[in-house]
Design a protein around this ligand. Structure first.
Ligand code: PA5
Length: 407
């Protein structure tokens, strides 16, 4: 089965899409050429197999045998992909719980997680491409003495730390070598928000019990299917044109309760890749049907500055029949399908551009397809807009101010 993408009903003329297909296709060719910087993710579903996959699976087996809890330290692209997949996907029996730390600066959250670490056999996985990110380094410094106290020595604590980072650079790499942490690499030519199909995303997923071979298979099938190229190109062109026509916001609407963090991952992917030179659709997320009861009014009658991308799961793992009341005889899935169709119809009727992305079911294979599809789309939209999808010069400004205060 494959995910289905409906881009035809956004109000954009077919001729406008056709006019840009050549340029978007050339952008796709550049991504695949192997000569563009930071495009290692294009090959990741294929290059992450073989030796790397075996090593990730072997390390995740050790972690599952040695620990009752894995704590992942990471932020941005070094945690959102894993967090989103773990929230979304079914697990096989031998998975263990995975908690995240180092993605905020909240003492209260720290205290809760440290308490859990004290009470459970724990391993720690630090993920940082640069190896220097403040939140992540701080989390490691806070957690090391807790592990030392629990396991008796700095050496014993080091045995329980895995570092996923650049092969050579950064203070985390230095520390890992000095302390003898087990390590895995984030390839140099893959940036944080495109790293979900490298060890950075795959290791935490595998420890949680997700079938990562299936995730990679889905992504590889998406990468190698010409049909997908067409869908990614048309979605990218639609996003680009809607922005050109004055839309300012892309509402990412998650129509399944397990997809909330996928929305966070998409927000980072789109926002950090495209929000440059005063442009880019600002990504924002809504969860349906929940937010229809808080934002539905605005969507229907507020400022029409947005387009919508709905992510819909067509078939639940198990459906629930409604035993009584006005909806008796139907199932929750029937109601959900009617909600989705109702929103699409009501919004399209008043001219809101709606793109639908349908996953037939929410499983590892289709999720892998979705990740790869979204990465490709995002990169093409950014290239059509004339910005570099793989840098983030803007995030340095607040860091400079913050460090001035801390220093
Ligand atoms: O996409 C990106 O590059 C960023 O969001 C990074 O992932 C984030 O800032 C964390 O960086 P690092 O992995 O170097 O700790």
């Amino acid at each position: 089965m494959r995910i289905k993408v409906i881009t035809e009903k956004t109000g954009i003329e077919k001729s406008e899409i056709l006019a840009l297909r050549g340029e978007a296709g050339r952008a796709l060719d550049r991504l695949w050429s192997g000569s563009e910087p930071m495009t290692g993710w294009v090959q990741a579903p294929m290059s992450s197999r073989g030796e790397l996959l075996e090593r990730v699976l072997a390390i995740s087996d050790i972690i599952r045998n040695e620990a009752e809890l894995l704590v992942v330290l990471g932020i941005g692209g070094s945690y959102l992909g894993a967090k989103a997949a773990i929230e979304a996907l079914p697990k096989f029996e031998r998975g263990i719980p995975v908690r995240f730390l180092g993605f905020n600066l909240c003492s209260d959250y720290y205290l809760e997680t440290l308490e859990e670490i004290k009470n459970k056999k724990t391993m720690v996985c630090v993920v940082s491409k640069s190896g220097n990110t403040m939140e992540v380094r701080t989390a490691l410094e806070i957690i090391k003495p807790v592990l030392e106290e629990k396991y008796g020595s700095a050496e014993a604590a080091a045995q329980r730390i895995l570092a996923i980072t650049d092969a050579k650079d950064g203070s985390l790499r230095e520390e890992a070598e000095e302390m003898g942490y087990t390590t895995l690499e984030i390839p140099r030519d893959i940036g944080g928000r495109y790293s979900v199909l490298t060890a950075a995303g795959l290791l935490p997923m595998a420890v949680s019990g997700i079938d990562i071979r299936e995730v990679l298979d889905g992504a590889a099938d998406c990468a190698n299917s010409p049909e997908w190229d067409g869908d990614a190109v048309d979605y990218a062109i639609s996003r680009f044109l809607l922005q050109e026509k004055g839309k300012e916001v892309e509402l990412i609407e998650l129509c399944h309760s397990r997809l909330n963090y996928l929305g966070e991952w998409m927000k980072q992917l789109y926002g950090e890749s495209e929000g440059k030179n005063g442009g880019g659709l600002m990504p924002s997320t809504l969860v349906f049907s929940t937010d229809l009861h808080s934002m539905g009014q605005y969507l229907q009658q507020g400022r029409q500055i947005f387009m919508e991308t709905m992510v819909i799961v067509d078939k639940p793992v198990r459906d629930i029949p409604i035993p009584a009341g006005p909806q008796a005889g139907k199932t929750v899935r029937d109601l959900s399908a009617a909600m989705v169709s109702g929103v699409v119809k009501a919004h399209r009727t008043i001219g809101i551009p709606v793109v639908e992305i349908h996953l037939p079911v929410l499983d590892a294979y289709e999720y892998g397809q979705l990740l790869y599809f979204l990465e490709t789309t995002c990169a093409i939209t950014a290239m059509l807009s004339g910005v570099n999808p793989f840098d983030q010069p803007g995030v340095e400004s607040y860091k400079a101010e913050m460090h001035k205060l801390l220093d």
